[in-house]
Ligand binder design. Structure first.
Ligand code: BV8
Ligand code: ZN
Length: 263
């Protein structure tokens, strides 16, 4: 029994998942915490005393592209040394076993769900476990001008003083291929996420403070269509009051327990 779990709540949550025809999962930075990726609003989330909301904006990039690129290259370096944890792998195995009736939606840009899907699938098709990355992906760059998407420049680029990375096609500044505050999310991806949530009998919310919208509204779509909400988080969130079962603990221990033989 993972720490912080009462047997009846875990059993109740396991029953909800086993009985669910369709499941949607929404994850946030907390699912990657045990892989060593700093969260956004936890004590480890600061970088040079800046908050994500200060740097992850078009205004910050226009004002000081060097500072914003330094933050992203630091994150690219940190995340490059991180691997999926037992929570990512359990979720990927579950999504593969459910073969299309379990949809993973993530706010994370660290790519660890995608890596876990490839690990869990082996030679099989990882498709059912590939997440909807609604806030983009840190390991890709996008051109500020022509929007061309390319593999991310190496995190070491700032060490050779090459200056700001520019687009080979049009010469405009590159930026990380992520969604900044004040920017719209990809509408097709977002609609797929909300459609999965509306269809789901269970929404599993893992490791998010549920403060960032529109992502934090995705679980409400499951509730709105009569589904159940299960939350895994050591701390309470604005969604906790709507949860039918709350596993008040870390996801790397709780997810494998919750999803054991639930595929
Ligand atoms: C938009 C990519 C419109 C970049 C990110 C007022 C009210 C409501 C909304 C708004 C508002 N004012 C402004 C808004 C809109 C704004 C918003 O929501 N702001 C918030 C701060 C109030 N949203 C936007 O701007 C969005 N766009 O609305 O556009 C529009 C439409 C048309 C035209 C123009 C505009 C864009 C939002 C996307 C921002 N980009 N990331 C990057 O990564 O650099 S958001 C960023 O926060 C990350 O994606 C992150 O995932 C996300 C949410 O944070 P969490 O994942 O929840 O992480 P956090 O650290 O907060 O929490 C971690 C949790 O894990 C904690 O609860 C902790 O207890 C738990 N935990 C810790 N350890 C563990 C654990 N859990 C389990 N196991 C553990 N071991
Ligand atoms: Zn370009």
């Amino acid at each position: 029994m993972p720490p912080g779990e009462a047997p009846d709540v875990l059993e109740e949550a396991r029953t909800l998942v086993r009985r669910a025809r369709r499941v949607v999962v929404l994850t946030g930075a907390g699912i990657s915490a045990e892989s060593g990726v700093p969260t956004f609003r936890g004590s480890d989330g600061l970088w040079r005393s800046y908050r994500a909301e200060d740097l992850a904006t078009p205004e910050a990039f226009a004002r000081d592209p060097e500072l914003v690129w330094a933050w992203y290259l630091w994150r690219r370096k940190v995340i490059g040394a991180c691997a999926p944890n037992a929570g990512h792998v359990a979720l990927a195995r579950f999504a593969l076993a459910r073969a299309g009736t379990a949809v993973v939606v993530t706010q994370n840009v660290d790519g660890l769900h995608h890596q876990a899907a490839l690990m869990a699938a082996g030679d099989a098709d990882p498709g059912p476990a590939i997440p909807l990355e609604i806030h983009g992906a840190l390991h890709r760059d996008r051109c500020s001008g022509c929007r061309r998407v390319t593999p991310g420049v190496p995190a070491s680029i700032d060490e050779d003083g090459a200056g700001l990375p520019r687009c080979d096609a049009c010469g405009d500044l590159l930026r990380p291929d992520v969604v900044w505050f004040g920017e719209p999310l990809d509408t097709a991806l977002l609609e797929r996420a909300f459609a999965a949530a509306r269809d789901a009998d269970v929404c599993l919310v893992v490791g998010t403070s549920a403060l960032v919208h529109p992502a934090a509204s995705i679980p409400l779509a499951t509730l709105g269509s009569g589904g159940h909400l299960i939350e895994i988080n050591p701390e309470p969130t604005p969604l906790s009051g709507r949860a039918h079962a709350t596993l008040r603990g870390a996801s790397a221990a709780n997810l494998p327990e919750l999803l054991r033989d639930a595929g």
